[in-house]
Design a protein around this ligand. Structure first.
Ligand code: BES
Ligand code: ZN
Ligand code: ZN
Length: 524
């Protein structure tokens, strides 16, 4: 999709679809943007008639699509509701963008014009509005149709999606019509929104791709390619042999049941060498991702109903690759390290058995009591690895589709946040709130550490208790976080995968966490 921001009269522009906005005032009165009023006059009061007949209310996500019958140059008009004026946030702009995209897709619009109601956007809010609506438009258009043959696609909707996958959606042009006052600031938001959405789409594609494609070796190649394409990124990939040499026996234990070789991916983003002096003074944030490219459960095999979506168990790792793919364009003023522990969890003949003991990189021993609790085992090595970094990071944030228990606690839309550091926690909650990704704090209950005690090793990887599984998993991870580094753990088991279609995301991988983390990195 191509974006443009300019100052043009909405009644003069020729588009396949012209989106215009209405909202509710303080006393629930309906307010029409100046562009709606202009268009309405040209359409012989069609819009005001519709509103008077209560066929449209300007609530959030409400739309009505109308033919213009040649009365204005654009062939169709989409009236979009924004809800209450004083409550319109960046998330509302995302949703508005997504519903516009869904409508545009439905009617196969190639040229979309969106008349931004500048009268309600202060200069301060122009950038988030530009970002939000641009992100929404791109995510609203998103679908994964790579494996559907074009011939059997019946709806125009599905065909448009197939076109996107084939790169043909580049032909779709969106133009934002704004007032001169906010033009430049809004356009900056659009540029940022394009980049951020690009990252989310990168992650969605990766999660939706079958696990036979997205093997650990494939993820490692993607990481190496990012380094090849950007001089600000360097990448080291540890093979199983190299992991063995330094003592990453926890990942290797999980990998034993699989024919695919495990990989440990170490990415570094640093401003280009010419700016090295300032780059060296910068803080480093370390992102750690669970990259189980398929979680069968291992010998503690999952039933089919729990296994069918388990290609998504590398969503944390996919998020990190996606974030790195846009860092050179976003240029945050912080160095970023990305660590991805990538392996399959399979029940092959050499698979790790219940009762086996592995020694993680930090020397702690783990008794395997359930091979399906593999995420925490691979993250034990990945978190310990932080101690080996050249520069001690300011913070470690791990992303992991870690526990079904977190979904029991918070449902499918909300990620669990655990942290040993209040400031880091508050920063993440703040950025999530701005980004429209829902995260909720859960406690690291010290008392429950008892449950992780093993008869034969330092820790066991799963507890006897049926309760508090998200917490005990997080407590397990905390045992491997190097001392004195602020750490946050995001259990994204629920929101990393969507079971229901909404305008911002179809069923499948969501890229959850990326918008929040990119905003977090940009906040430095
Ligand atoms: N990958 C799963 C967690 C998961 C479940 C992610 C559903 C997304 C959707 C993880 O490896 C797992 O199987 N966890 C077990 C832990 C248990 C055996 C202690 C779980 O949650 O049941
Ligand atoms: Zn598992
Ligand atoms: Zn898993």
């Amino acid at each position: 999709m191509k974006f443009q921001t300019k100052v043009t009269d909405p009644t003069k522009i020729e588009a396949d679809l012209l989106a215009i906005f209405a909202w509710e005032g303080e006393n629930n009165e309906i307010i029409l943007s100046e562009s709606v009023k202009k268009v309405d006059r040209q359409l012989a009061n069609l819009l005001t008639d519709i509103i008077a007949n209560e066929q449209f209310e300007p609530k959030k996500n409400e739309t009505i699509l109308l033919h213009t019958h040649g009365k204005i140059p654009s062939s169709r008009v989409l009236l979009v509701g924004l809800g209450k004026l004083n409550e319109i946030t960046m998330v509302d702009w995302q949703n508005a963008g997504a519903v516009i995209a869904r409508n545009a897709k439905k009617i196969h619009a190639q040229n979309v014009a969106i008349s931004i109601p500048s009268e309600i956007i202060s200069l301060l809010k122009a950038k988030p509005a530009g970002e939000g609506i641009t992100v929404g438009l791109q995510l609203g258009y998103y679908s994964f149709e790579k494996y559907k043959s074009r011939e059997i696609l019946t709806s125009a909707f599905a065909k448009a999606s197939a076109d996107r996958s084939a790169g043909r959606d580049k032909e779709i042009k969106s133009v934002f019509l704004v007032s001169p006052t906010i033009l430049d600031t809004f356009a900056l938001g659009v540029i940022e929104g394009e980049i951020i959405a690009c990252a989310v789409i990168y992650a969605r594609d990766l999660v939706n791709e079958p696990s036979s494609v997205t093997t650990p070796t494939y993820l490692a190649k993607l990481a190496q390619n990012l380094a090849k394409q950007n001089k600000q990124i360097t990448c080291t990939v540890l093979s199983e042999k190299e992991m063995k040499k330094i003592g990453m026996n926890a990942i290797l234990g999980v990998a034993r049941g699989s024919d695919e070789e495990a990989k440990f991916i170490h990415l570094i983003y640093q401003e280009s060498p010419s700016h090295k002096a300032s780059a060296n003074r910068r803080k480093t944030i370390c992102l750690v991702g669970k990259g189980i490219t398929f979680d069968s459960g291992g010998l503690s095999l999952k039933p089919t109903s729990g296994m069918d979506t388990m290609k998504m168990d590398m969503a944390g790792g996919a998020d990190i690759l996606a974030i790195f793919s846009v860092l050179p364009k976003l240029k945050p003023k912080v160095n970023v390290v990305g660590l991805i522990a990538a392996t399959e969890n399979m029940p092959g003949g050499s698979a790790i058995k219940l009762g086996d003991v592995v020694t993680a990189l930090n020397g702690k021993t783990i008794e395997i009591m359930n091979t399906d609790a593999e995420g925490r085992v691979i993250l034990a090595d990945a978190l310990s690895y932080v101690d080996k970094l050249d520069q001690k990071p300011e913070a470690i944030i791990d992303l992991a589709t870690l526990t079904g228990a977190c979904m029991v606690a918070l449902g499918e839309e909300v990620a669990g946040l655990f942290s040993n550091h209040n400031q880091l926690k508050e920063q993440l909650l703040k950025q999530a709130n701005i980004s429209g990704e829902q995260i909720w704090e859960l406690p690291l209950v010290d008392l429950y550490k008892e449950e992780l005690k093993s008869e034969v090793a330092d820790l066991k990887n799963s507890t006897k208790s049926k309760y508090g599984g998200a917490i005990t998993a997080a407590l397990f991870l905390s045992e491997f976080v190097p001392k004195d580094i602020p750490w946050a753990h995001l259990d994204i088991a629920g929101p990393a995968w969507a079971e229901k279609d909404t305008p911002l995301r179809p069923v499948g991988g969501t890229g959850f966490g990326i918008v929040t983390l990119l905003h977090y990195l940009l906040s430095f």
